[in-house]
Design a protein around this ligand. Structure first.
Ligand code: FMN
Length: 199
């Protein structure tokens, strides 16, 4: 069973709908450690050694956050700048993160159709995730197809709202229990595409 660390960043959790739903869905899931950065570090002063120790104890690192200005909330960038340091995460002698998996789990305001050449965001969402993908690559980590939840605020049907969380939980469980093959993971653009394999 893989040990999962969810590194969560949301500067205004009290007004969140999408991320709250996703977090609730993970509640009580065995093998999952939730690590809320804004809660842990309200002054943004990140304890690098503590973060590196947490990383060492886990195999799959999930970065869950709302998509902000085509990127992540500020604290996650601060976390990356400080924790993924030379000699630890990258560099000739650095293997601390090698072989671990990176999963970006993001929520967006923009609808799926806005993320294409004809949409107002002009590019596929995956293009905007390239800095994260390349960061994972440089650290020797395996990039997984991202879990993306689009325009949650537009969903009205309570069953559809719940299903988003259930999908997330099911996929995290499948990754934990290694139910998805390497081939399935590398052939899928988005993690949710693999739900049909699991059903
Ligand atoms: C500062 C800020 C920047 C945002 N930038 C984007 C963006 O680049 N692309 C996008 O699709 N949505 C963007 N949004 C919308 C958020 O992604 C969306 O509100 C959030 O994912 C919903 O999750 P929540 O209910 O957990 O807050 C932005 C929102 C804020 C407040």
């Amino acid at each position: 069973m893989k040990r999962i660390l969810v590194i969560f960043s949301h500067p205004a959790l009290q007004s969140s709908k999408a991320n709250k739903q996703l977090l609730q869905a993970l509640d009580g899931l065995e093998g999952v450690t939730l690590h809320d950065l804004y809660h842990q570090y309200p002054d943004m002063y990140i304890d690098v050694k503590r973060e590196q120790a947490l990383l060492a104890e886990h195999d799959l690192i999930v970065f869950q956050h709302p998509f902000y200005w085509y990127s992540c909330p500020a604290i996650m960038k601060e976390w990356m700048d400080l924790v993924l340091e030379y000699g630890y995460a990258y560099g000739p002698e650095a293997h601390a993160l090698a072989g671990k998996q990176w999963l970006s789990a993001i929520t967006t305001g923009g609808a799926p159709e806005s993320y294409c050449s004809a949409g107002y965001n002009q590019r596929p969402l995956l293009d905007f995730l390239l800095p994260f993908q390349q960061t994972a690559q440089l650290c020797g980590m395996h990039w997984l197809p991202p879990f993306v939840l689009h325009s949650f605020h537009k969903l009205k049907d309570p069953a559809a709202l719940r299903r988003c969380g259930q999908d997330y939980r099911q996929l995290i469980e499948a990754l934990r229990d290694e139910q998805l093959t390497q081939a399935q993971l590398s052939e899928s653009a988005y993690l949710r595409d693999l739900l049909e394999v699991l059903s």
